[in-house]
Design a protein around this ligand. Sequence first.
Ligand code: 2OP
Length: 222
Amino acid sequence: MRLSALVFDAYGTLFDVHSVARKLDELFPGKGTQLSQLWRGKQLEYTWLLSLMGRYIDFDQVTSDSLRFACHTLDCAYSEEALEALRAAYRQLAMFPDAAGALSLLGQGGRQLAILSNGAPRMLEAVVEHNGLGGLLARNLLSVDAVKIYKPSPPAYRLAVEHLGVSADRIGFVSSNGWDAAGAKSFGFEVFWINRGRMPVEELGVRPDHVLNTLMELPALV
Ligand code: 2OP
């Protein structure tokens, strides 16, 4: 078996961060989609900025902080109850339809499967359980919280090598986030970029090894 393990990004790859848009729209009518986009953009930006500052605030808190920024930007007055409801919704994000099918096929091959995410452990555990993936992935839920620096910093990717006991070149890393695919390739993984957004490849000097339209294309390639 060329690749001994497959490691998945969580948010945007297995779980649809924009599945909260409906809840956002209930709370802030007409603004759900825009809020959701702003929220996600700021959430990622804060992880990168914190890492550059040499600071760490966990992803649960970053997710709340970036939501408050998005609300301020669009003049959405929020209550603490609304923020708590959205925080709860984030723990119950919907899984992408192709993720369930691909994971169950990949789980049959005897290969190690893992998640490596910026998500805080309690967020990851909740969303994995909510989507019925506990049996497949619970033992291999890796959070950057263990090293207190966010992807795409190399120590974050190194967690997978250390936890799985497999060298980087024998790990397939799967992400829909172009920046994460670039970071993982730069680290040394074989990278599968799931191009859900039909975006161009990031111009960061490294390119993913494989570009797929959906996770369902993955089982045939590994
Ligand atoms: C992750 O799950 C934030 O999508 C990114 O690590």
